[in-house]
Design a protein around this ligand. Structure first.
Ligand code: APR
Ligand code: PHB
Length: 390
């Protein structure tokens, strides 16, 4: 089989890239090793930056997003028994965020792709990439028991952090930067109306907690836990009890409901440079990971593929490689800004035993500053809704 762009991975990055390319008449084949059912039911992120929601709408992939996405104009930071609002739209030139689950983005994009009748193959195995430094890179894989070779002009490695594309770049070329955190998040999805109109990021001496949502009937909640936390130790009652303690305020309680899903996510900061090797371009989690506190992972993934689709469009139209050559540096500028912001939000809000009481006092001072200084609040707001220029 031959195609113009071979896309490994049908997460938000791979699916959005395929759609953006289709819009400008560029062919692609998407290869995904999980089933359709699996990728459409994985509960992941839920916050879209203003410009990223617009990207999906402008590309014709945002009909349901426009109907069901919930626009938020602010977020709340809670510490020392007080809740403080950060007015995102006032501080960031009217820009807002849209609450819409990554799972829903994936479902919408899969449906659009299947409507076009263009190739999106699920449950492929033994995927490998080869001849990356030639003009005819190939993806090898097995599908329905048969070994296949896909010849491409370029390959997009959209196969997430544990994919095979990044490890195919020679170690002499790839530089990796990372930081581990000694905590994770235990998250639940619950059938109960969100107890607050806006997200609440709570600093608490027992550890961080977050109140988020998916819809008017669905709450998404997280508590800081150990990275290897055993879910067996967390029956639903204990999760609610801990959420009540960390999010509770005088005169306010969290409404509880049936727990529909429960899981633990580890946390890591990671960047691979460069994001390109020969005819292989990495995008999304394949190239970088942020801890979820800044809500940046999904947004970065979609920004990468927007830049890549523009660069491929220019190349096919004019023959100029200039934008493809600029791809890695262009993406990495935004990636590193988001890495800093996500690390900063994480450090300000999580209990870190190694930093002791000194660290705790620093966090509280920083939270007080961010919620009282216009300059500090503006910095948080513009990073949170997504910077226009980096
Ligand atoms: N072959 C084919 N597909 C693969 C392979 C492989 N060898 N390895 C992984 N995949 C698939 C995964 O099953 C997954 O569906 O690649 C896809 C990668 O998707 P994501 O992990 O969702 O990554 P990305 O599209 O970059 O989206 C980033 O996901 O983890 C969140 O916070 C992150 O919101 C961000 C978003
Ligand atoms: C979520 O709703 O899943 C969510 C919201 C904000 C974050 C992280 C996750 O910072």
């Amino acid at each position: 089989m031959r195609t113009q762009v071979g896309i490994v991975g049908a997460g938000p990055a791979g699916l959005t890239l395929a759609h953006l390319l289709h819009v400008v008449g560029i062919e692609s084949v998407i290869l995904e090793h999980r089933s359709r059912d699996y990728i459409e039911h994985r509960v992941r992120a839920g916050v879209l930056e203003h410009a990223i929601a617009e990207l999906l709408v402008d590309a014709g992939a945002g009909d349901r997003l426009r109907r069901e996405g919930i626009v938020h104009h602010g977020i709340e930071l809670q510490f020392a028994g007080e809740r403080h609002r950060i007015s995102l739209s006032e501080l960031a030139d009217g820009r807002t965020i849209v609450i819409y689950g990554q799972t829903e983005v994936v479902k919408d994009l899969v449906a659009l792709r299947l409507d076009t009748g263009l190739p999106l193959l699920f449950e492929v195995s033994d995927v490998s990439v080869d001849a990356l430094e030639s003009e005819r890179p190939v993806v090898r894989y097995r599908h329905d028991g048969e070994a296949q070779v896909l010849e491409c002009d370029v390959i997009a490695g959209c196969d997430g952090f544990h994919g095979i594309c990044r490890p195919s770049i020679p170690t002499s070329v790839l530089r990796e930067f990372s930081r581990e955190y000694d905590f994770g998040w235990l998250g639940i999805l619950a059938a109960v109306a969100p107890s607050n109109d806006e997200l609440v990021y709570a600093h608490h001496e027992r550890g961080f907690a977050l109140l988020s949502l998916r819809s008017p009937e669905l709450s998404r909640l997280y508590i800081q836990c150990r990275p290897d936390e055993d879910l067996d130790g967390w029956p639903d009652e204990r999760v609610w009890e801990e959420l009540q303690i960390r999010l509770g305020l005088d005169g306010w309680t969290l409404a509880e409901g049936r727990v529909l899903e429960k899981g633990v996510t580890g946390m890591r900061s990671y960047v691979a440079e460069p994001m390109r090797h020969g005819r292989l371009f990495l995008a999304g989690d394949a190239a970088h990971i942020v801890p979820p506190t800044g809500a940046k992972g999904l947004n970065l993934a979609l920004h990468d593929v927007q830049v890549l689709a523009d660069a491929l469009g220019a190349w096919y139209r004019t023959g100029s490689q200039a934008l493809l050559d600029a791809y890695s540096a262009e993406c990495l500028r935004r990636v590193w800004r988001a890495e800093h912001f996500s690390w900063w939000m994480t450090s300000m809000l999580h209990r870190a035993d190694a930093d002791g009481d000194f660290g705790l006092r620093l966090q509280l001072s920083q939270l007080r500053y961010v919620t009282t200084s216009h300059a500090a609040a503006t910095s948080l707001a513009e990073n949170y809704v997504g910077l226009e220029r980096v």
